[in-house]
Design a protein around this ligand. Structure first.
Ligand SMILES: *[C@@H]1O[C@H](CO)[C@@H](O)[C@H](O)[C@H]1NC(C)=O
Ligand SMILES: *[C@@H]1O[C@H](CO)[C@@H](O)[C@H](O)[C@H]1NC(C)=O
Ligand SMILES: *[C@@H]1O[C@H](CO)[C@@H](O)[C@H](O)[C@H]1NC(C)=O
Ligand SMILES: *[C@@H]1O[C@H](CO)[C@@H](O)[C@H](O)[C@H]1NC(C)=O
Ligand SMILES: [Cu+2]
Length: 589
């Protein structure tokens, strides 16, 4: 169903509801969908045909629309033939349905080719969301789509005439498998991320949004990209931000927004009273993130607000300075006040560094994430309630933090990396207590900082280069949730932590048979500690481990300098093959 059809259907439904509201509560619907996930060919930037992951033979994959309270039953069949998969619904709390959160190695096993798996949960929150594969760096192959959950009781109901959706994304021509092989490599010791080949607007370019004069539109926007944040603006029009990551906010005027991968905004946009001109819509990828600027790259994607199809589509003006709205200033309409009394605070220090294979990895507190042998949720459910609260059962390299139930949790994140990183917490949105400027270093304390009375809440927040942020939330959603950078390259580098929230309160959670069957097909154990030990849950012998650290005596800088100076020459080939052999030995040993 087209979005506009759904919209009109919504209007009709609303009329019916108004009539029946006195008689019965609004009946929630069950949306039942069948998704065959398989390869198709797509060429959204008009430059290159590539194998792309589609749904039911189509790409872009479907928009999923619902109303708060609806239930989704989604039957997924993996018809990829050569890759496993999973689906995560980004931003949904999955309260009571932790096992439907879609992250492989955390709450489910990867769905192998030929297998099927059912996601079944309720849409309890309004707003703009998205769904994507949460497995093996896969979503940038195309397996990501928008989700809109309508809110009949939303604070802006009646203030707009129509709803529109515009998605944004970066796009790569090569497969993730090939890109990852080149990225996590001794040939790329600085960890330079692959630069996208294009930016997309609604999964195309030169996208035309037909609008009528004198109307107000509620425009939902999602960045479904892998890497690049985008600056977004509508020439000649002001946006009124009213939603951020599923949280309604007091209306805030913005000429330009900055949207990282996984972030969402809804804005009210009022059109001109006349149709004399059309206006450019611009998405400009943040090039600060790119270590190299490939020749011929167009970092921008253009679309238009089309008032009159017979009028020209103007080229956007080039701006020297991109100055976006600061999201930390937003205020949720529900007025939830700052959690003042923190029960438990922990710190995550981010850095990038090399390991003994010469490749570049990402670290939280000097550990790089390596997935467990048993998905962490299954560990929580099988080691016994008493042992489930002991972080060690989740393994040495899962960067697990155990939280007590119904406490105020604070995470202090310090970024010792010159890049911006958009961090996402599963299962919650969080209050943004503080975000520093660039180069502020580590967070010291709150003294001298005036904290917001009603802080902005969202589920994905970027940290500035070498800066820090502080977030708080209440641990009222028992389950196993991830906290990770949403740049897919950094996920692959291990920038992931596991948050085990009140595991004693999810004991007895029933894992459906198809979830367990998928693990069996994949050859993955469903009980025991991170090493799969069911007898002694404190014995982690045989657990998955990262590659070894750099050999003693090699500083990272020296190593990088050597690789760089060697790559050019014949000598380089000899040294690198020696390193290759060393790498194999250290891995085996
Ligand atoms: C953008 O694409 C989605 C499908 O993903 C579609 O539902 C929507 O209507 C498109 N937006 C506009 C403004 O046409
Ligand atoms: C457009 O027309 C409406 C109704 O006449 C008026 O309230 C509004 O101020 C006008 N907007 C602009 C931008 O002129
Ligand atoms: C992309 O847009 C920005 C902002 O307007 C501009 O500075 C830059 O020159 C544009 N790049 C290209 C290749 O058009
Ligand atoms: C914790 O695990 C140990 C070792 O596997 C086991 O002996 C003990 O009974 C478990 N304790 C609880 C409270 O389940
Ligand atoms: Cu990152």
């Amino acid at each position: 169903m087209a979005f506009s059809d759904f919209f009109w259907h919504g209007i009709v439904a609303k009329v019916v509801i108004t009539v029946t509201v006195l008689l019965a509560p609004i009946a929630a619907e069950t949306i039942e969908l069948d998704f065959s996930i398989g390869w198709v060919t797509a060429n959204p930037d008009g430059l290159y045909d590539r194998p792309t992951i589609g749904v039911n033979g189509q790409w872009p994959i479907p928009l999923i629309e619902a109303t708060v309270g609806d239930r989704l039953i989604l039957h997924v069949t993996n018809d990829l033939g050569n890759a496993s998969t999973s689906l995560h619904f980004h931003g949904l709390f999955q309260n009571g349905t932790n096992h439907m959160d879609g992250a492989t190695g955390i709450v489910q096993c990867p769905i192998p080719p030929g297998e099927s798996f059912t996601y079944d949960f309720k849409f309890d929150q309004p707003g703009t969301y998205w769904y994507h594969a949460h497995n093996d760096g896969q979503y940038p192959e195309g397996l990501r789509g928008p989700v809109i959950i309508h809110d009949p009781e939303g604070p802006y109901e009646g203030e707009y005439d129509e709803e529109l959706l515009i998605t944004f994304s970066d796009w790569y021509h090569r497969s993730m498998k090939d890109l990852i092989a080149d990225f996590i490599s001794f040939k790329n010791p600085t960890g330079a991320e692959p630069v996208p080949d294009s930016a997309l607007m609604n999964d195309t370019q030169n996208f035309q949004v037909k609008v009528q004069p004198g109307k107000t539109y509620l425009i939902h926007m999602v960045n479904m990209g892998a890497f690049a944040a985008q600056y977004i603006w509508f020439e000649g029009h002001t946006m009124r931000i009213v939603e951020v990551d599923g949280v309604w906010t007091e209306a805030a005027d913005a000429d330009m927004i900055y949207m990282t991968p996984a972030q969402r905004y809804s804005v009210l946009l009022t059109t001109k009273n006349d149709t004399s001109e059309n206006f450019a819509i611009v998405g400009a990828m943040d090039q600060d993130l790119f270590d190299v600027l490939p020749e011929g790259l167009n970092p921008n994607v253009t679309g238009w607000l089309v008032y009159d199809e017979s009028k020209p589509l103007p080229e956007p003006a080039l701006l020297d300075k991109l100055d976006a709205f600061d999201d930390v200033k937003l205020v949720p309409t529900d007025g939830e006040e700052l959690f003042e009394n923190v029960d438990y605070s922990f710190q995550l220090d981010v850095k990038m560094d090399n390991l003994g294979d010469g490749a570049n990895y990402a670290f939280f507190n000097d550990l790089t994430y390596v997935g467990p042998k048993v998905p962490s949720l299954y560990t929580a459910l099988s080691v016994g309630s008493g042992n489930s609260t002991n972080p060690s059962v989740y393994g040495t390299n899962t960067i697990s933090h155990v939280l007590e139930h119904n406490q105020v949790i604070e995470i202090v994140l310090n970024n010792a990396d010159p890049g911006k990183h958009p961090f996402h917490l599963h299962g919650h949105n969080f209050q943004v207590v503080y975000r520093s400027e660039e180069e502020a270093g580590v967070f010291i304390d709150h003294e001298g900082i005036s904290l917001p009375k009603v802080p902005m809440r969202r589920d994905t927040l970027f940290v500035q280069p070498n800066g820090n942020f502080v977030i708080r939330y209440r641990s009222d959603n028992p389950g196993v949730w991830l906290f990770h950078c949403h740049i897919e390259w950094h996920m692959v580098q291990g920038l992931i932590a596991t948050i085990i929230e009140a595991p004693e309160a999810i004991q007895g959670l029933e894992i459906p048979d198809d979830h367990l069957r998928v693990c069996k097909t994949a050859g993955i154990a469903t009980s025991g500690n991170a090493a799969g030990n069911t007898q002694d849950v404190f014995d982690l012998a045989g657990e998955n481990a990262p590659v070894h650290a750099l050999p003693a005596g090699f500083t990272t800088k020296g190593y990088i300098a050597m690789v760089f100076s060697c790559v050019a020459g014949v000598l380089g080939i000899i040294v690198i093959s020696w390193y290759g052999a060393l790498d194999l030995k250290t891995k085996e040993g």
